[in-house]
Write a protein of this length. Structure first.
Length: 323
């Protein structure tokens, strides 16, 4: 049975003039126990909006259009914000935010920030029990636990802050963890430490499945089992990580890989090539392929015909002409 299920999820923003901006359209995927799914795409493709939808966080002006999200068979849709915060966030689905420094209250010590999370979800727990749980969990992270827990965020290094955020986000052993570019502000050495920590938590059963979101598509080969590529609110390709990185099928995935510096074998000497043009304006109706205006392989019918997900080999591709 799938741990995490997303079924034709579509999300939109509602402007003050009543106009709908369809930011995420028809996203579907299932995740099994122990799976890490990487999601990549350029800025504005809908990744952050999708994260909110996957957590059941529909805060105006964001609204669900259609579809469903289920964790362990339980739907996250049609719930009140209070219900989501009390019973879903941190317990079933948790997020590791991109900016660790911004995610931590600068006026409070790490142990007090973490204690607030536990106290909000576990009724009747006392401070002694909380701090024992914190020390036990933070001892897993290879840091000076007493120093970190008794420090304010400004007193920690970037790596310590990021690991602290990961520790706080996983305190209640959620089934699903969504990591929103958790290594983007870190140097390469610290990135390696953080990624190893994430794998250790998964192996220890602290959480069951994970979505790892990043701009760095080559990085996902070392992190994820499968990769989904987003463009203009849609998933345009999904498959095994090695295949998507080394043998992309959708024209956008090919262009995205070509636009990145990569240390992967056979690609070190390649010069990156920019993707010409800009993504479509999602405030306007789109009838054909959303990448057609920028695609070097586009045919006249691409701009007229909506592209549906189809199976090409052993992966999903949203292109009628992908081979």
């Amino acid at each position: 049975m799938a741990i995490f299920e997303v079924d034709k999820l579509s999300l939109h923003y509602l402007t003050r003039f009543g106009q709908k901006i369809h930011a995420v359209t028809d996203v579907s995927f299932n995740m099994e126990q122990g799976e890490i799914l990487g999601i990549a795409g350029e800025s504005g493709c809908g990744k952050s909006t999708l994260v909110n939808g996957l957590m059941g966080l529909f805060i105006p002006p964001l609204y669900p259009t259609s579809g469903d999200v289920r964790v362990g068979g339980e739907s996250l849709m049609n719930r009140t914000p209070e219900d989501v915060r009390a019973n879903i966030l941190s317990r079933k689905v948790s997020m590791i935010p991109q900016g660790a420094f911004n995610a931590l209250n600068p006026t409070r010590k790490v142990k007090d920030i973490a204690a607030d999370v536990m106290a909000a979800h576990i009724k009747g727990v006392d401070k002694k029990q909380i701090y024992e749980r914190l020390k036990e969990r933070f001892d897993l992270f290879g840091m000076d636990t007493n120093k970190v827990l008794n420090s304010h965020p400004i007193q920690l290094t970037a790596g310590e802050r990021q690991r602290s955020v990961i520790g706080i986000s996983t305190l209640l052993n959620p089934q699903m963890v969504i990591a929103d570019e958790p290594t983007s502000a870190l140097d390469v050495t610290t990135q390696k430490v953080v990624i190893k920590m994430i794998f250790d938590l998964l192996e220890k059963g602290i959480f069951s499945t994970m979505i790892f979101i990043t701009h760095e598509l080559p990085l996902l080969r070392h992190v994820a089992n499968n990769i989904a590529i987003m463009y203009a609110g849609e998933i345009v390709e999904k498959g095994a990580a090695e295949q998507v990185v080394f043998d992309p099928r959708h024209p956008y995935t090919k262009a995205l890989m070509g636009a990145m510096l990569s240390a992967e074998p056979g690609q070190k000497q390649r010069k990156p090539t920019a993707i010409e043009g800009a993504p479509p304006n999602l405030a306007n109706p789109i009838t054909g392929c959303r990448f057609a205006e920028r695609c070097p392989q586009a045919k006249p019918e691409c701009k007229r015909n909506k592209q549906e997900i189809r199976i090409v080999g052993d992966r999903q591709v949203r292109c009628d002409y992908a081979e």
